[in-house]
Design a protein around this ligand. Structure first.
Ligand code: NAP
Length: 283
């Protein structure tokens, strides 16, 4: 029976580290601050924004929520971003997605200063992932890596098979995990005989968005399985891995909920602190 990759436990440790780092910044006269822009009333986005606020309150980070009706013109959203870009007291800016119809997501994302782009979606940060330079990178792929490393898993030299090449998780993860000297295979919806690839994985990471796609017979005995998927099912959520069956063959497995997703908010906060450094630290 597999042991759990416990996202909640790792998240607790991360938040404690971030709390301490915030205290150090405060001693230097910097109050780290995250600004979140919420356009429209998408219920999930409202919940995500509020949960960030709660985490900020818990770790001593300042938080400001900018809510705008879904009828807000794009120019007004861009003007708010510009104001926050120029505000020395704001170190991280995050736009909750999805944006209402008619608002160009790419234009809005590219308007955020790269060194305040704590969601890691600006084209410059996406380029830094490829080049290996320091930048702000998306939280979910970072969560997969943190969950492994902080659970004592050696990534270097392992064959990592990633299922999913989405812009949010799979694609950035390829380059972030390459930095850890893994050998990487990436699969997607056009991969014939998915199981032939997943069975080769020492570390199998699913980032697809298809409930229980990864079955027991697709996993090598003793493999480490990280499930980044979040799928709504009657009565709750589940991952992309058939957890109940796969835990019989895997050595380590992350649950959903309680795995990858538990780390993401903390890693956004860590990006805010990295942003302060990229912005030049104490002014
Ligand atoms: P996405 O952009 O929709 O990408 C999904 C990927 O899965 C695509 O590359 C797609 O292939 C591939 N795929 C779809 N069906 C497949 C199949 N049957 N076999 C193999 N590959 C298949 O999704 P995303 O935004 O990257 O998100 C992926 C998952 O992570 C979702 O469940 C999402 O909810 C979850 N997520 C979790 C968090 C978190 O905090 N834990 C945060 C963000 C996202 P093609 O490229 O060929 O279409």
């Amino acid at each position: 029976m597999a042991q759990l990759l416990d996202g909640k436990a790792v998240s607790k440790i991360l938040k404690e580290e971030i709390r301490e780092e915030i205290a150090t910044w405060k001693e230097k006269g910097v109050q780290p601050k995250l600004a979140v822009i919420l356009v429209g009333d998408d219920p999930a986005s409202v919940v995500y924004a509020r949960s960030k606020q709660k985490v900020c309150e818990g770790i001593g980070m300042a938080f400001e929520l900018f809510t705008m009706p879904s009828s807000t013109p794009e120019a007004e959203i861009l003007a708010t971003i510009e104001k926050l870009n120029n505000d020395q007291n704001v170190h991280g800016i995050m736009i909750e997605l999805p944006l209402p119809k008619g608002i160009r997501k790419e234009t809005v994302m590219a308007a955020v200063r790269p060194d305040k782009d704590v969601d890691g979606v600006h084209p410059i940060n996406r380029g830094y992932i490829l080049s290996g330079e320091e930048g702000l990178f998306p939280a979910t792929p970072q969560s997969c890596i943190e969950l492994l490393l902080r659970s004592g898993v050696e990534i270097a030299g392992k064959h990592v098979v990633i299922v999913g090449r989405g812009e949010t998780v799979g694609k950035p993860l390829v380059f972030l995990i390459l930095k850890h000297n893994a050998t990487v295979t990436i699969c997607h919806s056009k991969t014939p005989d998915l199981g032939a690839f997943t069975r080769q994985a020492d570390i199998l990471i699913a980032a697809v968005g298809r409930a229980k796609l990864i079955k027991k017979e697709m996993v090598k005995a003793g493999a480490i399985v990280v499930d980044a998927g979040i799928n709504e099912i009657p009565g709750g959520i589940c991952g992309d891995v058939d957890f109940e069956a796969v835990q019989d063959v895997a050595a380590l497995i992350s649950p959903v909920p309680g795995g990858v997703g538990s780390l993401t908010t903390a890693l956004i906060m860590r990006n805010v602190l990295k942003g302060i450094v990229l912005q030049g630290g104490v002014r």
